[in-house]
Design a protein. Structure first.
Length: 325
């Protein structure tokens, strides 16, 4: 599982928003919308070895686990909650994964791990007919290579089944305390799928955490209707993107490669460009969190590695935070 800043941010903020009541009402639960699940395999090369194209490689260790950004958040939430509870209670009524899990052994394996190992509910899981994709990470001494299979297509009937499950749960238990929108969508999902599911799951008292740029425009439009003109709202929305993503969204040329850090000028231009291009961000979002680059020692950060850009527009405080994570 990749514990990226986005995963940890979503998990920590979502966990802090949920009470410890024993009720299983949706209004006391976190719904993680992670439609594009995967079976994750790690092929670990012998010590000191890296991948050499064209050569035969024998694994030192192989591991199998849960893949998908939303699934990572669900697992992180499970670990945080079980740790908080001393491992004595289940969290399956507190964390629900809205996901499509393909039929077959790969889907069965992921379903079993999520339920038996991490105690996550399958109340919003749809077992669709397409086989579940497998993502393989080849881990070398100082580099890793990702092999990502194409996801199977979701049918209109399968999407309707998920929407019906959401409607049933909200009718019985109210809107979700927290909604996490995570990662990509499988083929067959419309551009407004995240917007549609969020409008069904969240209200003005919900915390909405977004770590995806898929279907962003309709999602922001939907969130603005929920939060924009509501002075009594108790919830709000946070969008997390990396520096390369916000540069691309804003149409700002990034001088370095995708994995290299941006300059302050590029960050400033892309943040302003994003708010200008996506007008619904004003009223939809409370915070914009931008991650960029890596440092081996996070305690060694100085003023140049943590930049705060605060933009005030009407009643919205849109905070763009650049972390060298």
């Amino acid at each position: 599982m990749k514990l990226s800043l986005g995963v940890l941010l979503a998990a920590m903020m979502a966990t802090s928003s949920v009470t410890t009541t024993t009720t299983n009402a949706l209004s006391q639960s976190i719904v993680v919308v992670g439609l594009n699940a995967a079976l994750q395999k790690r092929f670990i090369l012998p010590p000191g070895k890296n991948l050499e194209p064209g050569n035969v490689h024998r694994a030192h260790i192989t591991e199998t686990g849960v893949g998908g950004k939303g699934q990572d958040v669900g697992v992180a939430l499970s670990c945080l909650m079980l740790s908080k509870q001393g491992g004595q209670q289940t969290c399956e009524d507190k964390v629900l994964l809205a996901q499509f899990l393909g039929m077959g052994p790969e889907g069965d394996a992921v379903s079993d791990m999520l339920q038996s190992k991490y105690r996550l509910s399958d109340a919003l899981t749809i077992r669709n007919n397409a086989p579940l994709r497998t993502c393989t990470t080849i881990v070398g001494a100082d580099q890793a290579t990702e092999l990502v299979e194409t996801s199977g297509e979701v049918t209109a009937l399968e999407m309707k089944a998920l929407q019906d499950k959401v409607e049933e749960m909200t009718n019985q238990g109210g809107r979700a305390n927290c909604v996490c929108i995570m990662g990509s969508m499988p083929p067959g999902c419309d551009e407004d799928t995240y917007a549609d599911l969020t409008s069904r799951l969240a209200d003005s008292n919900s915390l909405v955490l977004i770590d995806s740029v898929i279907g962003l425009e309709p999602l922001l439009s939907s969130l603005k209707k929920t939060f924009g003109n509501n002075e009594d709202k108790r919830g709000g929305a946070v969008l997390k993107v990396n520096a390369a993503e916000i540069c691309k969204l804003a149409g700002v040329a990034k001088g370095a490669g995708e994995t290299d850090q941006v300059t302050l000028e590029e960050l400033t231009a892309s943040t302003i460009g994003f708010v200008t291009k996506y007008a619904n961000a004003i009223g939809a979002l409370d915070y914009l969190c931008i991650t960029d680059g890596k440092v081996r020692n996070p305690w060694a950060m100085d003023a140049s590695t943590l930049l705060l850009i605060v933009i005030f527009c009407a009643q919205l405080s849109l905070v763009s935070t650049l972390y060298r994570n």
